[in-house]
Write a protein that binds this ligand. Structure first.
Ligand SMILES: Cc1cc2nc3c(=O)[nH]c(=O)nc-3n(C[C@H](O)[C@H](O)[C@H](O)COP(=O)(O)OP(=O)(O)OC[C@H]3O[C@@H](n4cnc5c(N)ncnc54)[C@H](O)[C@@H]3O)c2cc1C
Length: 467
């Protein structure tokens, strides 16, 4: 056999054969499995998921499900093709043995792999006080079980709901409460809702939207403690400004925590940021060296993005998860020359208080904002975010049909402020500070340090941050 024929044979075998294991049986896991079969992989495929359900869609959980329009168990993801996989649902992966190429399961089994996809996503950040966390009436929202419980709690018509945290999910839940005619208080530590992803200028608009809809919005306050009655049901919340609120349902919407604990000891670049990988979805090891047989995609992944100064970004949105799944699958069955990059232009959407919010790019990468179309007063506008004279993100309120226009500008790193799109121009097109939080604020995250003096024995290690 000639060398060329031999190489072709290796490439063909690599594409079709072997054992692929996917850990995480949700959107990313399912779409990756489908893409692997589309790519021609005919080997053994195992999908491990700790939830007992088949993959389901999470966005409706904070919208249609809480409104009571759709039962929580009815958001199953459509199957785009048959995947012929061994589904191991209801069992968690608890470890990764890279020496023996095995995934360890909670039931003691070991699942061997040749190539592995990590797609374990994120979970809701738990209430910070473990004793209070056991109170009845306190919820978080990530899974369909969570949504079913909150749906039931809302249906019981509580006197007052408290939402702690006004990010996208917290704000959507507050909106649902008002749609259902429930009294709701939102407590947000920063100056307004949505400041983290969209900055203070948009936050002020979101705050007005909430107040106009009858939300009791309290900003610049933290919830310091929850108090229960004799039956262990939450009844009061103590705010940092001294207020004691009477509440009977509390939903903590405090952001997400990446599901990486099962990778402890596997010497991958995994931590509170997720699992770091290259733009081809290949995981980095703890030293930042790329692995060849471990891939990562979806909410748990963090990869460098060319449009954003090659910064490592975790993009927790549906579109990025689907594209990442497909790119990872493609690269898992192709050798170096056939591999392609995962370069999503992040897109997100939200529905709240009757407003359809859509975004593209990474707004929080920018430091300036300009309204480019429409009217803020009418809640129908487009705004662009810029950094160093380039457009990096755009946002629309009830103006989504223009998103593509801005997406093209962002892809081309077009100048900021962008050229006026022709008509419907706002009265005030002044460039302003977008008012994001101060990135220099200290955090409690661990430091990574280099160990070893000899250049050939140097390695990275995590250390708790010195106080
Ligand atoms: C309420 C809500 C509303 C949302 N709304 C929007 C929206 O409007 N627009 C949008 O773009 N995005 C939205 N999102 C985000 C979107 O749902 C996520 O981007 C998407 O679910 C990511 O898919 P994933 O498969 O990467 O992660 P996940 O969906 O988190 O799935 C990871 C899976 O892995 C499992 N797992 C974790 N650890 C282990 C382990 N050790 N062993 C086995 N299995 C494990 C998890 O239980 C989970 O089933 C929303 C999310 C939520 C929760």
């Amino acid at each position: 056999m000639s060398t060329h024929a031999l190489i072709d044979d290796i490439v063909r075998t690599f594409k079709a054969e072997g054992r692929i294991v996917i850990v995480g049986a949700s959107l990313t896991g399912l779409r990756a499995a489908e893409a692997l079969r589309d790519e021609g992989f005919t080997g053994s495929l195992t999908i491990i998921g700790d939830e007992a359900h088949e993959p389901y869609d999470r966005p409706p959980l904070s919208k249609q499900v809480l409104k009571g329009w759709v039962p929580a168990g009815n958001t199953k993801l459509p199957r785009l093709r048959a995947v012929d996989a061994d589904w191991r649902l209801g069992v968690a992966a608890t470890g990764l043995d890279r020496d023996n190429r095995e995934v360890l399961l909670a039931n003691g089994e070991k699942v061997p792999y040749d190539r592995l996809l990590i797609a374990t996503g994120v979970r809701s950040r738990a209430w910070f006080n473990p004793e209070e966390a056991t109170l009845d009436g306190l919820y978080t929202l990530r899974t369909s079980e969570d949504a079913a419980k909150i749906q039931e709690a809302f249906r019981a018509r509580p006197k007052r709901v408290l939402i702690v945290g006004a990010g996208f999910i917290g704000s959507e839940m507050a909106s649902v409460c008002r749609d259902l005619g429930l009294d709701v208080t939102v407590a947000e530590r920063s100056s307004a809702p949505l400041v983290g992803p969209l900055g203070g200028v948009i936050g002020d608009i979101a705050a007005k939207m909430q107040r106009d809809a009858g939300v009791d919005l309290r900003t610049g306050v933290a919830v310091e403690a929850l108090k229960g009655d004799a039956d262990g049901h939450v009844r009061q919340a103590q705010l940092s400004d001294g207020t004691l609120l009477d509440v009977d349902v509390v939903v903590a919407s405090l952001g997400s925590v990446r599901n990486i604990e099962w990778l402890e000891g596997a010497e991958l670049a995994s931590g509170f940021w997720g699992v770091a990988c290259d733009a081809g979805c290949r995981a980095f090891d703890v030293n930042g060296v790329v692995t060849d047989n471990i891939f990562v995609a979806g909410d748990v992944a963090r990869a460098p993005h060319v449009l954003y100064e090659y910064q490592f970004m975790a993009i927790e949105h549906v579109d990025a998860a689907v594209l990442g799944a497909r790119t990872a699958a493609h690269n898992m069955v192709n050798l170096e020359k056939g591999r392609r990059p995962h370069l999503p232009l992040p897109q997100f959407w939200s529905g709240q208080f009757g407003v359809n919010i859509k975004g593209v790019g990474v707004c929080s990468f920018g430091d300036e904002i300009v309204f480019t179309q429409g009217s803020v007063e009418d809640l129908r506008f487009a705004a662009a975010f810029g950094k160093n004279g380039r457009i990096v993100g755009a946002l629309t309120f009830n103006h989504g049909k223009w998103l593509e226009y801005y997406a093209r500008l962002i892809e081309q790193s077009a100048p900021f402020p962008p050229p006026p799109p022709g008509y419907d121009q706002p009265t005030n097109a002044e460039v302003m500070s977008a008012r994001f939080g101060d990135p220099r604020a200290p955090t409690g995250i661990p430091d990574v340090v280099l160990t070893g003096h000899d250049p050939t024995s140097r390695g990275a290690e995590f250390r708790a941050r010195a106080r």
